[in-house]
Design a protein around this ligand. Structure first.
Ligand code: SDX
Length: 393
């Protein structure tokens, strides 16, 4: 309660739902999954632990998480016929629509378990968690014309994803521990974010009692937009354009302020965070660490990004509009240093956000009073008017 009104009275008619999963305080830059601060989770927990926390509500025991991860790894294989799905797409297809199509296809391969009952929901949960990383890796391999590998039971969930994306049948894959740890932390940081555009989409589609697979595929589609998850790709393209065209970062920001050709400072701004995005601060630390060690790390782009941030945080235009780096500003630089091409950045966001989409869909459909989402509008069109016969138009 704030003052003498309850949260329901204050926000009830604007909030899209009530949720126990993620808490955000946009003014204070606070983000917690099931009450646990994101800073602690990113530092101390594996992505699989955080999947369990976000979906089932509690941190898992050692036995629970080992059994869970083992089950996921043993389910990372796709039905062999799904491998042909990728061949239907043009080689240069962006992996996000391929991922969305692949997830929809999963519902057809599991068509006998797409109900809303607890057993079907659990099967769909585990299938999606296990097979979305495989779909993501194969979408990438397909775009390179490279062979698909099979998961390995002796690797972790994140290691399997990395190997499926970068490994070749020609030789064993050599893991770089800093990349595995860095990707694990990035996936934790993306796991949920209350009612963002893609999560609200998953809840809305799921509110019609559409199954979990197609609801998650809808979330992938919403995430692909450059104003949302697609921003991490746009940031890298923006930084590369500034470098390649030899634009001074200060001059670029003047173009943004002049609203020239609708360009924005991609990776900046947020509807909820109005002082800082706690995830951006953590990711920036990883960017320094991973780019300093990685041969793929583009240190020049990192310095351009830091310069843009430094100038913008001192500039009245950005400060007055409460524009600060968001989760996407530095993440792409790390993904590039890990060896991922820019078109895979939003796919990585989707792999991270998957447990949040699943948890939020489950939360809606577990509510016995759940209703179909049906937003209203303010009509600003014509008053009533009569049809004019064709020969008088
Ligand atoms: C994500 O919701 C979530 O939680 C999302 C997310 C998650 O984890 O799910 O956090 C992930 O999507 C992060 C955001 C990634 N997108 C970008 O980085 C794209 C660039 N950012 C902007 O498009 C924008 O800041 C949004 C979309 C993030 C937020 O948009 P809002 O809240 O609708 O803000 P707005 O458009 O109303 O802007 C208010 C003012 C405007 O100026 P005026 O018209 O008042 O003069 O700020 C300006 C905008 O022009 N502005 C920007 C800007 N963002 C807002 N100006 C320049 N560069 C920007 N990035």
């Amino acid at each position: 309660a704030t003052g003498n009104v309850t949260l329901d009275e204050a926000f009830g008619n604007t909030a899209s739902c009530r949720s126990e999963i993620t808490f955000i305080d946009g003014e204070e830059g606070i983000l917690r999954y099931r009450g646990y601060p994101i800073e602690q989770l990113a530092e101390q927990c594996s992505f699989v632990e955080v999947m369990w926390l976000v979906i089932y509500g509690e941190l898992p025991t050692k036995e629970q998480v080992e059994k869970f991860e083992d089950e996921l790894v043993h389910n990372m294989f796709l039905d062999e016929r799904m491998r042909d799905l990728f061949r239907c797409f043009p080689r240069q297809s962006h992996p996000m629509p391929v991922l969305s199509a692949g997830i929809c296809a999963l519902s057809t391969f599991n068509r006998n378990h797409v109900g809303l009952g607890a057993e079907d929901v659990e099967i769909a949960t585990r299938k999606l968690l296990a097979q979305v990383p495989t779909l993501a890796a194969y979408a990438y391999k397909n775009s390179k014309g490279q062979p698909f590998l099979y998961p390995k039971y002796d690797l972790s969930y994140v290691e399997n994803f990395i190997r499926l994306a970068f490994g070749t049948p020609a030789e064993g894959y050599q893991f770089d521990e800093s990349i595995t740890q860095g990707l694990n932390a990035l996936l934790v940081l993306h796991a949920d974010h209350e009612q963002n555009c893609s999560t609200s989409t998953v809840r809305m589609v799921g509110s019609s009692q559409a199954n979990l697979y197609v609801s998650v595929a809808s979330g992938v589609n919403a995430l692909s937009g450059p104003l949302h998850g697609g921003a991490n790709q746009s940031v890298l393209e923006m930084l590369a354009a500034i470098r390649d065209q030899g634009i001074d970062p200060k001059d670029y920001l003047e173009q943004v302020k002049a609203k020239k050709a609708g360009i924005k400072l991609m990776g900046f701004g947020h509807r909820v965070y109005k002082n800082f995005d706690p995830r951006a601060a953590i990711i920036k630390k990883y960017a320094d660490e991973i780019l300093s060690k990685s041969p793929n790390g583009d240190k020049e782009l990192l310095s351009i990004a830091k310069r843009l941030e430094e100038i913008a945080l001192e500039d009245e235009y950005f400060v007055s509009r409460k524009l600060y780096p968001n989760v996407d500003f530095y993440s792409g630089l790390i993904y590039e240093a890990m060896g991922f091409p820019v078109e895979m950045f939003t796919v990585l966001f989707a792999v991270g956000r998957l447990p949040g989409w699943i948890a939020q869909w489950r939360e809606h459909n577990a509510d016995p009073k759940a209703r179909i989402s049906r937003p209203r509008q303010i009509y600003v069109g014509h008053d009533k008017r009569d049809v004019v016969p064709m020969d008088q138009r």
